[in-house]
Write a protein that binds this ligand. Structure first.
Ligand code: NAP
Length: 325
């Protein structure tokens, strides 16, 4: 089968189209014919091994391969079709159209991937193409996970910092479903798109710091690793919640004191990417409450171009790699 392989860490040029062996499912696995995979910021970070937050560099490097990547096909989120199933699998059958997460196995940048049937894999929303569906799990699962933890009440004010990215575009829409008043923060080119998907207010971070506006919020959902922890906590109303998707070690330590000694709460628990959450997203999509925002679709052989577009951040929404079409 064809796959995009990376044999060393580095620039997008390390992504090479190769012929590799087609995987075969074990008894508890399903073989999926991949139709599309999201090219995520996390894929780019794993490829270059350059992260905005540094504390997990060493443990992750040990897990992923010290000198070169152990798993050489990237791709954590996909949509596709079940090709065959192992003998212990009854949940899926050949021909099922599915979408989901490959977790740290990755492998969705190839024509086929084998995954345990217990992974977060559910039927694809019936009103989305494979490309649109592949753009949902990363952003949708992370946004839903954090926003549920914030326990948002009707009419509360939420600020989403880094709103124009994969997680942010879902966070804006899900916060609106939760009846919050949404302020989105990102760069100039994202304003029109963010207002179109529901943002009530917009801050251009290249022109003004939202923490200097004097406004306060019930919830701040922060995707940006370089944010000032104290400025964000100070921009919360009493009983406010600060959700950190990209926490630095020092901020995680400070958060213990904030949660213990003030009436504010800081949350940074990593998303579990649960099946129930993906089914909830599918339902919202089929009810027309949530949309997949795709900026551009690249064919498999242009995976390096797809990564370049993710990294230059000129995109309005997600970047998808179309596989096997
Ligand atoms: N906690 C978790 O479980 C978890 C899970 C997945 C991902 N993550 C991490 O969370 C981060 C966000 O993920 P993502 O996939 O949504 O990334 P993304 O798609 O790259 O989105 C980040 C957005 O933030 C904007 N931005 C950059 N600097 C900013 C600033 N100073 N102020 C406001 N906005 C700014 C970017 O736009 P411009 O660069 O164009 O300005 C971009 O639109 C990534 O670093 C990822 O590794 C965490």
């Amino acid at each position: 089968m064809k796959a995009i392989v990376y044999e060393r860490y580095g620039s997008p040029d390390v992504l090479q189209l190769k012929e590799v062996e087609k995987p075969a499912p074990l008894n508890d696995e399903i073989l999926i014919k991949v139709h599309a995979a999201e090219a995520t910021k996390a894929d780019c970070e794993l490829r270059s091994f350059n992260f905005a937050v540094k504390w997990f560099w060493l443990p992750l490097r040990i897990a992923m391969g010290l000198r070169k990547p152990k798993r050489q096909i990237l791709g954590g989120y996909f949509a596709g079709e079940v090709e065959s199933v192992g003998k212990d699998v009854s949940r899926f059958k050949r021909g099922d159209q599915v979408f989901g997460s490959t977790k740290l196995r990755m492998g969705a940048y190839g024509e086929y991937v084998c995954l345990p049937h217990s992974y977060t894999i559910v039927p694809k929303p019936n009103n989305l193409s494979f490309e649109e569906a592949a753009a949902v799990p990363l952003g949708g699962l992370n946004a839903l996970h954090f926003l549920r933890k914030a326990n948002i009440r009707n009419g509360e004010k939420i600020l989403i910092n880094g709103a124009g990215g994969s997680i942010g575009t879902f966070a804006v829409q899900i916060a609106k479903v939760m009846d919050a008043e949404v302020t989105a923060v990102d760069s100039t080119i994202k304003e029109e798109m963010l207002r179109r998907i529901g943002a009530d207010y917009f801050f251009d971070y290249t022109k003004q710091k939202f923490t200097q506006s004097g406004e306060t919020y019930d919830v701040i959902f922060d995707m940006v690793a370089s944010s000032s922890y104290s400025e964000c906590v100070n921009a919360l109303k009493p009983k406010g919640r600060y959700l950190m998707a990209n926490p630095r070690m020092s901020d995680m330590l400070r958060s213990v004191f904030t949660s213990m000694f003030t009436d504010k709460t800081v949350i940074f628990v990593f998303a579990g990417e649960k099946e129930e959450e993906l089914l909830a997203l599918k339902k919202m999509i089929e009810e027309g409450k949530l949309k997949s925002i795709v900026d551009k679709i690249y064919p498999l052989e242009q995976a390096a171009e797809a990564h370049r577009r993710v990294e230059t951040e000129q995109r309005l929404g997600t970047i998808v790699i179309s596989v096997g079409n």
